[in-house]
Design a binder for this molecule. Structure first.
Ligand SMILES: C[S@@+](CC[C@H](N)C(=O)[O-])C[C@H]1O[C@@H](n2cnc3c(N)ncnc32)[C@H](O)[C@@H]1O
Length: 215
């Protein structure tokens, strides 16, 4: 074990370097990722980013738009979105980097070389939300919907890297805040709707101004 990294929770490492015991490697896109760098994290579960989606959030999305029969949920967690999609008759491919007891595990969406379906619906890890959007675009996914914080609309860099070239076709804002319960937490602790969320929907080739609506 590399003693110099002991006190860190995250650090960059190159893909060609040995991974110390107890650490896992997550490739990232962008400047560093392009050169083979990724993030080493001490835990194999990104606990802070595991917030299962309340079923009514996915039901609300499905009530607004049709989606293809075959859907990929690439950060499926415990299947909170996948189960609603399946119940609505979709053929769902569920994958996740971590093991939350559902779908295929150890699959880093950002490292996937090809799309497993032409439609993606997910609530991505917030820290990697930009990369998830760009990955769907890279994979040439025809239609994808991401549950994101409303604040995802902001950001100078995001505007330049995503919105100027790839505007979403629809932004569906939740009029009532969603209550997200941290998935790996004691069930007695409840998130209390502190965050405003929206579904952001992208369709291949869309170049107009995004439509805004409320759920
Ligand atoms: C906010 S949770 C949402 C879980 C599920 N999509 C839902 O809506 O209930 C984010 C999920 O992303 C997974 N994840 C984090 N990084 C990932 C990656 N690079 N590739 C695939 N899944 C990842 C986490 O394990 C976690 O299950």
């Amino acid at each position: 074990m590399d003693k110099s990294v002991k006190s860190w929770t995250f650090r960059y490492s190159h893909k060609d370097k040995p991974i110390p015991d107890g650490w896992v490697y997550t490739h990232c896109l962008g400047h560093h990722g392009a050169e083979g760098y990724g993030i080493l994290s001490k835990e194999n579960r990104q606990k802070d980013d595991y917030y299962p989606t309340p079923p009514e959030a996915t039901e609300a999305l499905l009530s607004k738009f049709p989606f293809a029969a075959k859907v990929w949920e690439p950060a499926c967690g415990d299947g909170a979105i996948s189960k609603v999609l399946t119940a609505a008759g979709h053929d769902v491919i569920s994958t996740d980097l971590n093991d939350w007891g559902y779908g295929q595990i150890n699959i880093d969406f950002l490292m996937e070389p090809k799309k497993l379906a032409d439609c993606v619906i997910t609530n991505p890890p917030y820290k990697l939300a930009n990369q998830f959007v760009l990955k769907c675009i890279d994979l040439n996914v025809s239609k994808f919907a991401m549950l994101l914080r409303l604040a995802f609309l902001e950001g100078k860099e995001r505007r330049s890297v995503i919105y100027n070239t790839y505007p979403p076709c629809d932004v569906l804002v939740f009029s009532q805040r969603l209550t997200m319960i941290r998935g790996d937490h004691d069930k007695s602790w409840y998130g209390s709707g502190k965050m405003a969320f929206a579904w952001f929907v992208w369709e291949k080739g869309f170049k107009g101004k995004p439509r805004l609506d409320w759920l």
